[in-house]
Design a protein around this ligand. Structure first.
Ligand code: GLN
Length: 450
C-alpha cells in the first residue's frame, strides 16, 4: 500500500500539488517493519499498514511542520500531536504533510505560503480550504486517509469540492494537543476519506479524552462501525430554510432535495425548520476566530522558533520585522481585525457582542435537536470556484463559509458526503449535522448514500 501511495504521488503530484513534505524513507522502512511483523503477532492496529497524510498544522516529531507559513519554514517539532501518537498505536503509516491555507485561514488553499493545490477533478478549480491538500490527496488517490482541521468548515468544504467524505467531529471529541492553534474555541481535527466506513475507522482511531487537552471531552467513544447499519427508518430530519435560500445555487439545492428523496425512500421523514440566527454566523465567526487568532499567533515572535529577520537592530524591530516578513497577507488581515476587536473601547461592542450572538446560534441548534435527529443541508452554496476567482476579494471568500461556520460556533458535529455532480462535472456535497457527541447517527445517515 505504501509503494502504491508513493507511485501515485509520483504520477500526479506535479499536477495537484497536495503535499508540502514527504517522509518516504521513514514510511518505507516502517512499512517493511510492519510487513515483517505480520507472521509474528495476532493483534493488529486498527489502521494496520494504512497510508495516511497529515495536514501541516498538526505537529509531527522531527518531521517539518510549517502550517504553510514562511514563518515556520524550517520548523521541526520536538513532539507528536496526540492524534499522531494515536495513529502510531493504530499502526498507520505517515506518508507526508499536506498543503493548506496559511495557519488554516482561507477557503481555497490559495493562501498557502508555498504553493497552490489544485482540484483533481479539474485543475483550473480550487480544491477548497483550508485543508485543501488533505482533501486532494485522498481524491487524487495519493493516500486513502488524511487528517484535516476544521475551524469554520476547513474539513467539510474541501471534502465537498473534491468529492470525498469529511467529518468535523464534536468540539472536544478529538484532542487538539499538537494542533497549531488558530481559534482554540472552534478548532477540531477531522478525518477525510473516500468512504463513510473508512471515515468511521479513522475517527475511531483518533477520538477520546486526552489529559494534555483540557478542552477534550470525557465522553465515552462508541463503536462507530456498528452504527453503519443502513437503517434510517423513522429518522426525523430537519431542513433549515436558511440553508436552501438566497445565495445557494439551484443545482446545489436540487442535489440536496434528491438526497432527501433517497432518505425518504428508506423510511425517514423531513420537515423544513428555521435557524433564525444563521444570518449572523459569518460576521460572528470572523470576529471571534480573528480575536482568538490574534492572541494565538503572538507566539510567533522570531525569538522562540521559526523565521527570524536579518534586518533588525533592536528587540522591537526584531519582532516587527520577523512577523512582517514571515506572515502572509491574509494572516496579517486577521491579526489586525482580531487585535482591533479585542482592544479596550471596542471589546464590548465587537467581541462581547459576538459571544452573545454565538450563544443564540447555539440555541437555534438546541431547539431544533429537541424534535429532530439530524439536520441536513448543502455543505457549500456553490461547487468549487476557479483558481484566482475570489482571492482578491476577502469578503466574497468569507461568504463561501456561510453553511459550515454555524456548526463550529455551536460545537456540533457535521459531515460532508458526495451528492452528485454539477453541470460542469464538479462534485457537490451534502452536509449532515448531528447532536453533540452523536457522530454515530451522522455516520448511519451518511452510510445510506454509499
Ligand atoms: N474558511 C474559514 C476561514 O478562513 C475556515 C477555515 C478553517 O476552518 N480553518 O477562517
Amino acid at each position: 500500500l505504501v509503494d502504491q501511495s508513493y507511485k501515485r504521488i509520483n504520477e500526479v503530484e506535479d499536477k495537484v500539488e497536495a503535499f508540502l513534505t514527504l517522509d518516504e524513507e521513514k514510511a518505507r522502512s516502517y512499512a517493511k517493519q510492519l510487513d515483517e511483523a505480520i507472521g509474528t503477532k495476532d493483534q493488529f492496529g486498527l489502521l494496520f499498514g494504512m497510508p495516511i497524510g497529515i495536514k501541516d498544522n498538526i505537529v509531527t516529531k522531527g518531521l517539518r511542520t510549517t502550517c504553510a507559513s514562511k514563518i515556520l519554514d524550517n520548523f521541526d517539532p520536538i513532539y507528536d500531536a496526540t492524534v499522531v501518537q494515536k495513529l502510531q498505536q493504530a499502526e498507520s503509516v505517515t506518508i507526508g504533510k499536506l498543503n493548506m491555507d496559511e495557519f488554516a485561514m482561507g477557503s481555497s488553499t490559495e493562501n498557502s505560503g508555498f504553493k497552490v493545490t489544485k482540484n483533481p477533478w479539474n485543475t483550473s478549480y480550487v480544491p477548497g480550504g483550508s485543508s485543501g491538500g488533505s482533501a486532494v490527496a485522498v481524491a487524487a488517490g495519493e493516500v486513502p486517509f488524511s487528517l484535516g482541521s476544521d475551524t469554520g468548515g476547513s474539513v467539510r468544504q474541501p471534502a465537498s469540492f473534491c468529492g470525498v467524505v469529511g467529518l468535523k467531529p464534536t468540539y472536544g471529541r478529538v484532542s487538539r494537543y499538537g494542533l497549531v492553534a488558530f481559534a482554540s474555541s472552534l478548532d477540531i481535527i477531522g478525518p477525510i476519506t473516500n468512504s463513510v466506513e473508512d471515515n468511521a475507522y479513522l475517527l475511531q482511531a483518533i477520538a477520546g479524552v486526552d489529559p494534555m487537552d483540557g478542552t477534550s471531552a470525557n465522553v465515552e467513544v462508541p463503536d462507530y462501525l456498528s452504527a453503519l447499519t443502513g437503517d434510517v427508518k423513522g429518522l426525523k430530519i430537519a431542513v433549515p430554510s436558511e440553508y436552501l435560500g438566497e445565495g445557494v445555487s439551484e443545482e446545489v439545492k436540487q442535489s440536496v432535495l434528491s438526497g432527501l428523496k433517497v432518505l425518504e425512500g428508506q423510511g425517514a421523514t423531513w420537515e423544513e425548520v428555521s435557524l433564525p440566527h444563521s444570518k449572523y454566523a459569518v460576521a460572528t465567526y470572523y470576529l471571534l476566530s480573528s480575536s482568538e487568532a490574534s492572541a494565538n499567533l503572538s507566539r510567533f515572535d522570531g525569538v522562540r522558533y521559526g523565521y527570524r529577520t536579518d534586518n533588525a537592530s533592536n528587540l522591537l524591530e526584531l519582532y516587527k520585522q520577523s512577523r512582517s516578513e514571515g506572515f502572509g497577507d491574509e494572516v496579517k488581515r486577521r491579526i489586525m481585525l482580531g487585535t482591533f476587536a479585542l482592544s479596550s473601547g471596542y471589546y464590548d461592542a465587537y467581541y462581547k457582542k459576538a459571544q452573545k450572538v454565538r450563544t443564540l446560534i447555539k440555541k437555534d441548534f438546541e431547539d431544533v435537536f429537541e424534535k429532530y435527529d439530524v439536520i441536513i443541508g448543502p455543505t457549500t452554496p456553490t461547487p468549487a470556484f476557479k483558481v484566482g476567482e475570489k482571492i482578491s476579494d476577502p469578503l466574497t471568500m468569507y461568504a463561501n463559509d456561510i453553511l459550515t461556520i454555524p456548526m463550529n460556533l455551536a460545537g456540533v458535529p457535521a459531515i460532508s458526503v458526495p451528492c452528485g455532480l454539477s453541470t460542469e462535472g464538479l462534485p457537490l456535497g451534502l452536509q449532515i449535522i448531528g447532536k453533540h457527541f452523536d457522530e454515530s447517527t451522522i455516520y448511519r445517515v451518511a452510510h445510506t448514500f454509499e
